[in-house]
Design a protein around this ligand. Structure first.
Ligand SMILES: [Zn+2]
Length: 117
């Protein structure tokens, strides 16, 4: 099932949707059980997450450089504020790049759990 790069994850077995709050709460866990079909799956980050961070860092730097150029006597607090807003927006977007995958499809699956075709 192909999903948009930025979207809340769904259960890989039954397609059950999860609320933003649930995804945020479960983001640190390794295994999650679907409340609907009771199957267990793993939590992984979409590869777009690293791109997202890179883009955000560039935006933060760009905004700070612009502030510095156009406002000569800029208060350092404004630049710190830009940085803070950037970090918060990354954290807020984490549930949108989390993917729920079947254990056999997890990239970090160990040899012992790998199944034969
Ligand atoms: Zn399910």
């Amino acid at each position: 099932m192909k999903q948009a790069p930025l979207a809340l994850p769904v259960c890989p077995y039954c397609g059950q949707h999860f609320k933003y709050k649930e995804v945020m709460k479960n983001r640190g866990q390794e295994d999650i059980q679907c409340p609907k079909c009771k199957q267990k799956f793993k939590v992984m980050l979409e590869s777009t997450f690293s791109i997202l961070i890179a883009v955000m860092v560039m935006i933060i730097l760009l905004v700070n450089v612009c502030l510095y150029i156009f406002i000569p006597n800029i208060n350092f607090l404004y630049m710190a504020g830009v940085l803070l807003v950037g970090i918060i927006s990354i954290v807020v977007m984490i549930p949108l790049v989390i993917r729920y995958v079947k254990p056999e499809n997890a990239k970090y699956s160990t040899r012992t759990t790998r199944q034969k075709k």
